[in-house]
Design a protein around this ligand. Sequence first.
Ligand SMILES: [Zn+2]
Length: 374
Amino acid sequence: MPVSPAIAEQLAQVIGVLYAEAELALIERIQRWLAADIEAPYWLSAKLASVRDVQAAVQAILDALATDADGKIRQALAEAYGRGQQAAVAELGALATGQAAAAAVAIPGAPVVDRLAREVIDGMGPVYSRILRTPTDVYRAVVATATPRTLLGVETRRETSQRVLDGLASRGVTGFVDTSGRAWDMASYAEMAVRSATGRAAIEAHTDRLGAAGVDLIIVSEQPLHCKKCDPWAGKILTRTSGQGGARTVEVEHATRDGETVTVEVAGSLPQARAAGLLHPNCRCSISAYLPGVTRPMSTPPHPQGATYEDTQRQREMERHVRRWKRRAAAAMTDDERRRANARVREWQAAIRALTDEKGLRRKPQREQIKSAR
Ligand SMILES: [Zn+2]
């Protein structure tokens, strides 16, 4: 059974949902804070007086999230590591008894799981500290856009608060912008980090097992939803570890017949190919053991409804719009505003339905049904 970063994809989704729900809870908390006493003349000074309380509430939401998420991240990584190992064992059934037996011995995944979990959790640290500043930042933003004169009107307070909240909801609470200028909401950021780690755990488990069985070659196969980045590697045979590297022809022993050799065209090493982008996060391509003389390259059937990798990325983008409008609904200062945002949520959900129906893609209802705390 080939292994792909995609085999662990839905494990990361669970964690994305946790973060999305926490992000909604945070925005609702800030919205309630701004909405409280909005008609009172002392509104702005009341906000200033309560910044610390709101900060404590935000801290409590983040603490609960961290406890919940840390355990689930470890679980997801352990599961991904297990799946990667099982994939290798399933592939090695054809080997001589001694080798297959070596492959059947489980490799403890704990060190890899611990290392990858630490990386993901540490990576979220700066995001958490940024979020903790949100109440102060929101207060400053409200003060900056309001003059003493405009603060007299309750409507103006509402509009100002709404503008600040909308900015927060649209960007996502993290306000994190990557080097390519893309803004990440908290859930997308966390999910991306977990997805890339679970993908790595599955691939590492698989190659570790192949190593234990003395299998040195692997073959790359593309899936119906393959990505252009990986196309140059499709059907190529690679060495599992970086040795001499580079494309070459090698004479290797037949996997099951003694004294027979097989000529194999090797395109390079797996570490080389991965450095060039193969098996990137979101990748659909897969690798499996290449058993000389036994493994036949698989041909890739096209997707039955013509879906492409780009369609899956489009679906992801639409899911981000759903989440964004759910945040906007949570940030709404008036019922009208909330109704408008919810209408946009339903529009994007309908668009996802249309795309997945047309292309025969799997919907991820879990991601579209993120519940607000209210
Ligand atoms: Zn790929």
